[in-house]
Design a binder for this molecule. Structure first.
Ligand code: UD1
Ligand code: UDP
Length: 380
């Protein structure tokens, strides 16, 4: 049997975390798939942390990251870089993930080469092209181009249907982030003492990196942190600061040298997952963290005014507070002071998946490429 040639392309930390389980699943079937990985290295250090953890050795590395890179240069470099890889490998399908510049340009590059595209985590929408910027447009373009849409939720399915995408191309698989999280928590046990958190305090985990929050909004988040530590001697913040200079400069200027505010470098994924588990509250504008924290039963306050992931908001474990000082302070304070309010949000909910999304994605590919049943692995 001729092997199915699959090219998986990603470039940033979250794409790597969410594509790692798909790559591992493809690797379980070496007689069926000729699976190759191309990284654009849109991220560098934050990407290599994930590659090391999941033991992924890329076949192609476009090595594109530049300090303070802009969207024009990055987009055009990915578009051209992927062209060369497509010409060399000539895949039967290209898999992309989510909504980054890598996603946009890699899917476009594959389309120009007339290579079918599978979009993992398809169908997310805020229906506001400026929030998040540029991700909303990136995912709309990737969805329009794609031949396979692997959606995490029923809502994402509906979003695609209502935008005119052919129902037969949409597969409800769940989000691969749950696969990655369960795998990581199972295989990498951390002694909480090794996380450097002080057991005398309630830990509030903070991450923020969105473009919309650069500058003044991020300053307002920092202001809220300062007020909260001043008013609550029993809490500490741990903030793994994203390597984007637009984030680092503001955060270090505003929160450097503040008692009970720990600024740390981006954490390796297994360590970050362990820290989420040990935290009391999570404050974030991250997409991935909004998906992971509910399955760990942690209340999440989202530093945005809208989200493409409303499912956990509807379940009650996630609340939007925006990058607004007063709203952040009052909502955190309420969770700190009221056990009842805390319990209402600290629900274990799994609206984003059951840990088997990657299996479903790979099985879909097998069916599509008509791999004989005897060559299918057993997913029961
Ligand atoms: C990107 C994605 C965003 C995603 C985020 C995940 C786009 C437009 N943005 O944003 O959707 O949510 O990744 O984290 O695709 N840097 C390093 N080392 C790294 C990573 C980044 O130094 O390992 C610095 C570099 O100076 C780089 C800058 O951060 O130029 C910005 O990186 P970039 O990928 O363009 O944007 P992010 O803000 O990371
Ligand atoms: N994450 C990590 N280390 C950190 C912070 C986050 O491994 O120090 C993980 C987090 O668990 C989630 C992913 O990175 O799986 C989210 O990445 P990010 O917030 O950068 O991007 P987004 O999801 O917003 O696109």
């Amino acid at each position: 049997m001729k092997k199915i040639k699959v090219l998986t392309v990603f470039g940033t930390r979250p794409e790597a975390i969410k594509m790692a389980p798909v790559i591992m699943e493809l690797q379980k079937n070496p007689l069926v798939f000729d699976s190759k990985v191309c990284i654009t290295s849109q991220h560098k250090e934050m990407l290599s942390q994930v590659l090391d953890l999941f033991k992924i050795k890329p076949d192609y590395d476009l090595d594109l990251m530049k300090p303070g890179q802009d969207l024009w240069n990055l987009t055009s470099s990915v578009l051209l870089g992927i062209k060369n890889v497509l010409e060399e490998f000539s895949p039967d399908i290209t898999l992309v993930h989510g909504d980054t510049t890598t996603t946009l340009a890699a899917s476009l590059s594959a389309f120009y080469a007339r290579v079918p595209v599978g979009h993992v985590e398809a169908g997310l929408r805020t229906f506001n092209k400026h929030y998040p910027f540029p991700e909303e447009i990136n995912r709309i373009v990737a969805d329009s181009i794609s031949d396979f849409h692997f959606v995490p939720t029923g809502r994402a399915f509906k979003n695609l249907l209502s935008s005119g995408i052919d129902e037969k191309s949409i597969y409800h698989t769940g989000n691969t982030i749950i696969d990655a999280l369960l795998y990581t928590v199972e295989n990498h046990k951390f002694n909480p003492d090794s996380l450097g958190i002080d057991k005398n305090f309630r830990t509030i985990l903070l991450t923020s990196h969105r473009r919309e929050n650069f500058g003044e909004p991020l300053e307002r988040v920092c202001e809220a942190v300062k007020i909260l530590v001043k008013n609550n001697p029993d809490i500490e913040f741990v903030y793994p600061v994203h390597l984007n200079p637009n984030v680092r400069n503001t955060v270090h200027k505003n929160l450097g040298n503040i008692d009970r505010v720990k600024l740390v470098n981006p954490l390796e994924y297994a360590q970050f997952a362990a820290l989420m588990k040990e935290s009391y509250i999570i404050l974030t504008d991250s997409g991935g963290v909004q998906e992971e924290a509910p399955s760990l039963g942690k209340p999440v306050l989202v530093l945005r005014d809208e989200t493409e992931r409303p499912e956990a908001v509807e379940c009650g474990s996630v609340k939007l507070v925006g990058p607004h000082t007063d709203k952040i302070v009052s909502n955190v304070q309420q969770l700190l002071d009221s056990e009842k309010k805390y319990k209402e949000m600290a629900l274990v909910t799994n609206p984003y998946g059951d840990g088997r999304a990657s299996e479903r994605i790979v099985k879909t590919l097998m069916k599509h490429f008509e791999v004989p049943e005897k060559n299918h692995f057993d997913i029961c």
